[in-house]
Design a protein around this ligand. Sequence first.
Ligand code: ACO
Length: 448
Amino acid sequence: PEDVGILAVEVYVPRTCVNQTELEAFDGASAGKYTIGLGQLNMGFCGDREDVHSLALTVVRGLMERHGVAYEDVGRLEVGTETILDKSKSTKTVLMQLFAESGNTSVEGIDTTNACYGGTQALFNAVSWVESSAWDGRFAVVVAADIAVYASGNARPTGGAGAVAMLIGPNAPLVLERGLRSLHMEHAYDFYKPNLSSEFPVVDGKLSIRCYLTALDKCYQRYSEKAGGVTLANTDYLIFHSPFTKLVQKSLARLKFIDFLRASAPDTAESATYAGMESLTGRTLEDTIGDKTVERLLVKVSSAEFSAKTSDSLLLGREVGNMYCASLYGGLASLFATTSIEELAGKRVVLFSYGSGLASAMYSLRVSTDASPKSPLATLASGCTDLLKRLKDRKTVPPAEFEKKMKLREDTHHLAPYTPVGELEDLWPGTYYLTQVDEKHRRTYARL
Ligand code: ACO
């Protein structure tokens, strides 16, 4: 099959959010820390009515209904998540409830887990399946979904929640470019979840940022080499996994530094590209990680590239926060929600995926050139165009109420039996929600 890639994208974000300016004040953090320092506007969160299963059910049903895809036409279903509920049992099997009526139980794929990277591996698996001898001609569906919650403290404002479902097949308007995938995998304890009865990770924030940036350095250099000397200047769009958007701005800035280091004996044209970076001559990737002066300089000299190539992809990152596995794909949806398909047609989108622990990759999507009204590209964009409105229509709750709901989640997580108490008006119409956890921890859901 030709042009294997993404045919459609569906996004789900919680209806409730907390404002980061209000949260700063409530937490007693200095004014501007979460908003300017971390680059966050609002944070989406779920009460006790939602879990990763319900998020995945909602987003897959949304994808199938919006695009009129029949369940019998799906031959592979993959879930990337790090929100673990039934441990040995996958979220994928929970989703098979949606397929029951169609009678289609012949659906390959299970869950993939490594922090925020699972969605990317699920996508790679699905694309490989379509390109392989095992392919039976049907679609694949990839789900990236997570609820990102941290213990109260300095990591809490970097939470979020959301899900993205993608329809995968041939003749796609977003094609995964073959042979252009770079990877960096390494053993690190920067963020992990050893306490299986808690939703919270054990996280070393500073180490996780260092690991993220080191992985970015490696993946970008490898990707650029494979792609025949890609630089920021000749790349159209760059989307990054977004734990908080300031880190993404620093990441884009770092790529400019890598370009600078590689541009040996700069000619006049290159000197203009790297104007203002003279003081960085002789510096290395290793000795600049975490150097605030260098970071600030790089952010300054790359601000035009950031605005043109990356900022639009941070809509959900700023408004919802880290959605872990869904974060990178929420970035892709954000780009489509904010940029016309005429502008996107024919362009290359480079993506960087990072999951603590650690697994990372950089790869690219080629956007089809046909942006006509009934084109596959227009169909794909149609799943993203209402995102701005949906974000505006959310319920912003006061920080005190947010804290109360977080405490309820914490106290009742893995409680059995348990009947959720959260109000249904906090959910969008069409949302799946948890009705009951029985004494054997079995979960049942209903749809609003
Ligand atoms: N106005 C403006 N900026 C401010 C203010 C203020 N009043 N106060 C602080 N800042 C800035 C700081 O200077 C800093 O920016 P800089 O790094 O550019 O200098 C930024 O706000 C954050 O402040 P810190 O003191 O560094 O924040 P802290 O250490 O308390 O927490 C952290 C930040 C480590 C990111 C924490 O939220 C965390 O652990 N989050 C989870 C881990 C994470 O997201 N890791 C990323 C990769 S791994 C993953 O995806 C999970």
